[in-house]
Design a binder for this molecule. Sequence first.
Ligand code: CAA
Length: 258
Amino acid sequence: MTDYETIRVGRTGRVGMITLNRPEALNALNAQLMSEVVAAVEDFEKDRNIGAILLTGSERAFAAGADIKEMQSKSFMDMYLDDWFSAWDRLAAARKPIVAAVAGYALGGGCELAMMCDVLIAADSAKFGQPEIKLGVLPGIGGSQRLTRAIGKAKAMDLCLTGRTMSAEEAESAGLVSRVVPAIDLMDDAIATASTIADMSLPIAMMVKESVNRAFESTLSEGVRFERRVFHSAFATQDQKEGMAAFNEKRSPNFGHH
Ligand code: CAA
């Protein structure tokens, strides 16, 4: 497996695990970490034995944002010509489901990274926010867009304009996170969730992800039409035959992921 310096990568069963590992900077997202996370995700994408990816940080911080020290002296030309942050789009384009397990700070780019994942499990210690305005900038990895779609204009404006942080409880009631669990249970819960997803049929799980995400990119009628086509195509898989046979034979399905 590739040697990484800013992340730890492993696997448990069919789950590929990525742990952000810059404790000295509360997992601030510098360019090296960005390219390492994207490379690890793309490796898991290619691996047929991986059905879901789990992304996490530390107990203290999922990630406290983009690396401010790295950005401080950048000019407009540096940012524009290097298309700063654009590599994160490759993570957002991942086709396998990604579970984020978030404890502690998920601020700025950290909140944006969590929002690029598909199932967001938060410890009760998690704190979310887009505090970029306090630094004289604004969200740059999709925060103003994904946060608004997730929790609506009123709360997104509140968070992005004041830079305040939101508790896990508020994030759950606002619809930002899938569920909140006691911090001590976070990893067990997240691994169990990612394993459940990874044991489903891989092509069907990918179709589910693609279909749900379609809701963000299209009108309702186009989205429903898209879903119907994908639903029909599920009947081209062996896993549909196996899933329905298992139900009728009153046993657990044994998906072959094809
Ligand atoms: N970038 C670089 N380093 C960071 C960092 C960041 N985003 N966040 C924390 N660190 C570093 C600190 O500088 C500190 O390093 P030193 O020990 O070398 O001084 C170390 O991590 C520990 O941080 P603190 O001492 O500040 O810890 P704390 O517990 O007192 O505070 C905190 C924690 C409230 C999260 C505070 O660190 C903080 O406010 N961090 C910045 C949060 C932020 O503004 N994030 C947005 C970044 S911009 C962005 O993300 C743009 C975008 O849209 C992509």
